[in-house]
Design a protein around this ligand. Structure first.
Ligand SMILES: Nc1ncnc2c1ncn2[C@@H]1O[C@H](COP(=O)(O)OP(=O)(O)OP(=O)(O)O)[C@@H](O)[C@H]1O
Length: 329
């Protein structure tokens, strides 16, 4: 029997298809009670990983467990894990209600549950329409309703926002958060950080089958130190004053400007004033999450693994700053 924890564990998981290494030595844990984003660009290995977790693809090495057990040991898996995978198809002439009834019978849940899940996903009014006439967003909702039939503890969603309109996306976000708030587990994949940024607390960021970051999203955001760009009347004098005050991450930029990483504009301004250095321009820079995500997954930093236990991101990150066009305010 499984341990009932709702925990998902992926350990040293690897999958190769001929020459293609789709997933490479991947390890992470998804804890219950929160929504975890499984992020990466097209072809990063997200679907392959989820399919291994759900027992649809056999790993080349490593393992994935739900509640401490591989999928095929779960007994009645529909009661433990609900999944929405890409490109789900439905019998076109079967109504949404009948489709759900067939699945309900297969996993041994009563027919009443069908109406409950139709309500949950907002499809009650379309319950007696043939799924063949459903829009993509409605099909996504029906797939989610199917996943929810067994009242599972764990929800695995592969790109569930595909085909949803903005209202549907907001609805899905709230749904996932409420589901997790009841102490259950949500693992949701996306190739767009922005799509899940407001929903997820943890992220696993995948690039070329490898984890580039695994940990709280907040920590990833905070890990990127800001820096102050300043144009002083006397750069050397300001640098000396900054160094004496303990600011050592200083970089010369063109046009007599300097960049001070890890400092606030007020600190730089006060030190400049004390050193009688005039300031002709100053601004602070912060990389946004989208930039960090792009840097992690663009392949540029392949091999630089960064996880939440590290204090600092790889040094290369600091080289990715972009100057505003006019070089200051
Ligand atoms: N059955 C298969 N046979 C051969 N190669 C495969 C197979 N399934 C996946 N791959 C390859 O494995 C790699 C990872 O694919 P996967 O679908 O897991 O990525 P993904 O992150 O889900 O991408 P997307 O966001 O585009 O769905 C890709 O190079 C893909 O071509």
């Amino acid at each position: 029997m499984h341990d009932g924890s709702g925990r998902v564990v992926v350990q040293n998981l690897t999958k190769t298809f001929g020459q293609v290494v789709a997933v490479q030595n991947l390890s992470f844990t998804v804890e219950p009670g929160s929504v975890t984003g499984f992020l990466g660009p097209n072809g990063a290995g997200k679907t392959t990983t989820l399919r291994m977790l759900l027992g649809l693809v056999t790993p080349t090495a490593g393992y994935a467990t739900i509640n401490g057990q591989p999928f095929h040991n779960l007994g009645n898996p529909g009661r433990v894990v609900g999944a929405v995978l890409e490109a789900q198809s439905f019998h076109p002439n079967r109504t949404a209600r009948n489709h759900l009834r067939v699945y309900a019978a297969a996993i041994g849940v009563p027919d009443e549950r069908v109406d409950t899940v139709l309500q949950l996903v907002g499809l009650a009014s379309a319950a007696d329409r043939g799924a063949g006439g459903f829009s993509m967003g409605m099909r996504q909702r029906l797939a989610l309703a199917t996943a929810l039939l067994g009242d599972p503890q764990v929800l695995v969603l592969d790109e569930p926002a595909n085909g949803l309109d903005p209202e549907g996306i907001v609805w899905l976000r709230t749904f996932m958060q409420n589901f997790a708030r009841t102490g259950r587990t949500v693992l949701v994949s996306s190739h767009q950080l922005a799509e899940v940024e407001q929903t997820v607390e943890q992220v696993v960021i995948l690039s070329r089958g490898q984890a580039m970051y695994y940990g709280p999203l907040d920590q990833l955001r905070k890990s990127q130190q800001g820096r102050v760009i300043v144009r002083p009347s006397d750069p050397q004098r300001l640098i000396t004053a900054l160094q004496e005050a303990g600011h050592t991450a200083i970089e010369h930029l063109p046009d007599g400007m300097i960049a001070v990483t890890g400092a606030e504009p007020e600190q730089v301004g006060d030190l400049a004033l004390a050193a009688s250095v005039a300031i002709y321009g100053m601004y602070s820079q912060h990389a946004d999450l989208e930039q960090i995500f792009f840097q992690l997954t663009s392949g540029q930093f392949a091999g630089n693994h960064y996880n939440a236990t590290q204090q600092q991101p790889p040094p290369e990150w600091h080289q990715q700053w972009q100057r505003p066009q006019d070089g200051g305010q």
